[in-house]
Design a protein around this ligand. Sequence first.
Ligand code: CP
Ligand code: NVA
Length: 319
Amino acid sequence: MKHFLKETDFARAELPKLFALARQLKRTRGKRGAPKPLLGQTWALIFSKSSTRTRVSFEVGIHELGGNPLFLNKNDIQLGRGETIEDTAQVLSRFVHGLVVRTYDHAEVERLAAAGSVPVINALTDFLHPCQIFSDAFTMAERWARGTTGQALVDSLRGRKIAFLGDTACNMANSWILGAALFGMKISLAGPKGFAPSAECDALLAREGFDPKTAYNFTTDPLEAVRGADVVYTDVWVSMGKEEETKQRIRLMSPYAVTGKLFAAAKPDALFMHCLPAHAGEEVMPEVLASPRSIIFDEAENRLHMQKAILATLAAKRK
Ligand code: CP
Ligand code: NVA
């Protein structure tokens, strides 16, 4: 059973086919004869946290692939009242063809995958957000690739540099570190002392065959990180579940706000990206969000196309 809990659940060799499929699904969206690989299937979305992009793109994507999305707020099912993850996984596996899960503890998606008998997709945990990284990588590749094949798209990422600023210990930072290693990209993260990528992130890199000492660079100097960058990336300073730390985080992270001046220190054709939702005037200034080199809405749209490719791939491997 193939799951998508972390970036490396796709091997490098599988990426060209996946990217080609995302491109094809984007081009054929809404056209007659668009593929329906989920015909007759129901996929459950179990969410413990808020979501706009992930929820809507999965619900629309499953529907467009011929399937039926079933949205379940964790608190509306017995999981929210203490039924075990293992029993929930086994019961749902008797009804549905796949699970898309947004939760806090990353171990929960792993336990659902281990106990159930249907594919599980990680729709964000406190540790990783792989659907976002794959959609972002596809968005970059659309800008950079010389050709239109899946191989050309994937090859266009190799050697490019991402600067990740702000909360360098959050799920997006961890996921981009693993994603950069998988795609052969360089990543430099700049954030406050005490927000260096965790030992857990390093352990994951090592388990997946990458050397944590060379896979990324962490600095407290935002200028060092953006120098030579092809992409300047940021995320909210207060991730879901961290609301109690809001004041302290804003104080510590304010030197890492993506200002026009900081963005100008990256390559002249550098792109600005943000997984959204954004807080204009906090982690990024309005002029950067509105810049012609800001591709935040292409990035959001591509969640739909890349996730449809992921759903179709997992459904095909299930047979
Ligand atoms: N980027 C992202 O995952 O957005 P949502 O929280 O709105 O799903
Ligand atoms: N780091 C953010 C990402 C939101 C898409 C959070 O976890 O809230």
